[in-house]
Ligand binder design. Structure first.
Ligand code: FES
Length: 83
């Protein structure tokens, strides 16, 4: 089993470490960041985040390491941050 730690940088500028296969929501929670959710089945898109520029639906994906071991997360849409 691979045990490499993946560094994640969140939109609130916090950084956390995760392992490959961890879920996005619990990692976000560790950073004090909340990923919006809706259907939790991969169809509504509410939980979409950008990971190194690539859109990911957090509810149906797991953290994967890339060539660069830093994953930079940003929000594709930010309805919760406008008010
Ligand atoms: S919560 Fe609907 S796609 Fe993830």
């Amino acid at each position: 089993m691979k045990k490499s730690k993946i560094k994640i940088q969140w939109p609130n500028n916090k950084e956390t470490y995760a392992s490959e296969g961890d879920d996005w929501f619990s990692s976000a929670e560790k950073a004090g960041f909340e990923i919006p959710t809706g259907c939790l089945t991969g169809s509504c898109g509410a939980c979409e985040i950008d990971v190194n520029g690539e859109t990911v639906r957090a509810c149906v994906s797991y953290i994967k390491s890339r060539k660069r071991s830093l994953l930079k997360v940003s929000l594709t849409t930010d309805p919760f941050w406008e008010n």
